[in-house]
Every structure is written in structure tokens, then in C-alpha cells.
Design a protein around this ligand. Sequence first.
Ligand SMILES: Nc1ncnc2c1ncn2[C@@H]1O[C@H](COP(=O)(O)OP(=O)(O)OP(=O)(O)O)[C@@H](O)[C@H]1O
Ligand SMILES: [Mg+2]
Length: 335
Amino acid sequence: MSTPVYAVENLVIDLYTPTVSVRAVDGASFHVSPGETLAIVGESGSGKTVMTLGPLGLMPEGVAVDLRGTARADGRDILTLSPAELSALRGGFFGVIFQDPMSALNPMLKIGPQLARQAQLYAGLSPEAARKEGVSLLARSGIPDPEDRYDRYPHELSGGMLQRAMIALALAARPRVLIADEPTTALDATVQAQILALIRTIQKEDGIAVVLITHDIGAVSVLADRVIVLYAGQIAEEGSAIDVLTAPVHPYTRGLLASVPDFRSESATGTKEIPGIPPNQAQLMPGCRFADRCDRVLPACHSHRPRLQTIATGEVPHRVACPVVIAAEGIATHD
Ligand SMILES: Nc1ncnc2c1ncn2[C@@H]1O[C@H](COP(=O)(O)OP(=O)(O)OP(=O)(O)O)[C@@H](O)[C@H]1O
Ligand SMILES: [Mg+2]
């Protein structure tokens, strides 16, 4: 495996609002290498967005944030950068695709000039060259008639076309790491598949490292090399996409996969929701955070926080934070 272009270690993120304080991310580590796709999955509220966008300084308004750990981009710890330095890294080293295109595109400006400006920042192009680059970015993102679309406002494009325009914008400064936060949830199934195929093509062509946040296990099986399963701000399981999807060990991962209708089966019969809801992260109890919903729970789970244990070594280690299943199923560990 090549050297990671982005590596986060022991990330802890506390959020403070006037009414609550929340430990949204609690000791998570992850990395991604050029040409590789890391998928981050987990239920709503598990901390996927805060974990990936928090280190980039992209947090909701009105929330005070305390970040600890390290987040090395090309060796430099971005948690130590000033807001201005971080902002420069965001349209350059990092490209971000949001769930809602309008969080990236300015509704008051035509699409093309927004791309051209970004491309200009990167390469110092002349106005004519920047326009050409903007049109070619639109074409590359699968937008038909890009010359015409260049001069359109965001509200003149359909949802799928807007998502493509945002991908074009995220790519304009030739990022090394592309972070896609639920890039397709607002789109219908056909367009979703097209957008995921587009991300994959661009990634392979440019050797970009991709961090894909998704609820969609189908997208994980198609796109991801590695997977992290996040639960209540902690990593429950991680490994190669094949290992995690075909031989899951953590009861939460097993529950997530069992609740997906069309994964590994053609029919929706036999799917099972995980009972209960994720814990309130403002009032976390000691022990395993999944304990209250877990069908394998033992009394010790309520008092001991499980650590990630390596159950398969190799290029992509498979790690699981559930000593109960590891012991009950006689799985060997390598720590
Ligand atoms: N603006 C906010 N104010 C207070 N708490 C917040 C805010 N945004 C996120 N949180 C808390 O941080 C935790 C992680 O949220 P995050 O948005 O990262 O989850 P997520 O996994 O991305 O969920 P989703 O799948 O719904 O996007 C949650 O417990 C949430 O309550
Ligand atoms: Mg999110």
C-alpha cells in the first residue's frame, strides 16, 4: 500500500452549544492513500460528517469546537493551521462534495465562472484559459452542452446536473483528497449510480484519494477499498471492503448489513432493523456504546470500553471492537 496522503490519529472532537456539550468523535484514527477509496458508514448522528469535515474547519454555525489529535495532510498537521491556511487547503489539497450542492455553489453567480475562479486560484490561468478549463471541467463531470451550461445559474440546473457541477467545482483545483459527504442521497437511483461511476472514473484517472461518507452499502461494495464502521463517534469495525461486507464481526456491522434490503439477496424478505436508537452523545455511559441495542451483550459490556483488536493482518488489517464475539466465535487476534 502506498504512503497515506492524509492520516488522522486519535481524533477527539467535542462540540459545545449554549445548551449541550457532545463528544461527537472519540479517539478515531483513519488514513487514505492516493487512488484509494475509504468509505465511512454508520447511522445518522454517528459522527461521520464531524469526523471528516471537522478537521477541515467546516463545522456548523453557532457550535464551538474543540479538536484534539493529529490530522496530517502530506505530513503537515492541519489541526495546527490558522483559519486562513485551512481555507487555502480546502479548495486545493482537499476537494469537498457535499450532500447539498447549494452549500458549495453560490446561487447568485453563474456556474462556469465559479469553476473558472477555482481553477485560476490553482493554476494562475488567464481569463480565457480559465474559461476553457471551466468548460472542460463541466464536460468531464458529464454535463451535456457544457458551453451553454457554463453561463447558467445554479437554479437553472436539475438536481443531478447540480451535483455534477459541484463535483466539477471540487475537482477544479486538482485536489489530492476528495471528501464526498453523502454525495448522492438527494438523487434518484439512476442518477446516484451515474454520480458514483463518475467519482470512480475521475479517481482512477487522477489517482485521487477519496473519503466517501455514505448510508448506502451498495455504494460501498461498488466503490470502496476499505471501510470504517462508526458508531456513536467510535470505530466499531474496520478493514477491507470485502472483509467487512462479507465477514462482518461486530454486532453493529452485522446489524447494519442485515438491515439492507438488496445486499447479497434479491428480495427484501429477511431484512431486520437494528432495534433501538443510537445513544445520546451528550450523556454517554461507560462501556460499549452499542451495549443497549446489542443482541450479544454481556454484563461487562456496560462497564468496559472495548478496544479495536486486529483479527486479520495483512495489507489491510481487519479490526473489531467487540471482545464478546471474538471470544465466543473463537476468532484469533494479533495484537
Ligand atoms: N450543529 C450541531 N449542534 C450540536 N450537535 C451537533 C451539531 N452537529 C452535529 N452534532 C452532533 O454531533 C454528532 C455527530 O454528528 P454528525 O453530523 O457528524 O453525524 P453523521 O454521522 O454525519 O449523521 P448523518 O448521517 O445524519 O449526516 C451527533 O451526535 C450530533 O448530535
Ligand atoms: Mg453527516
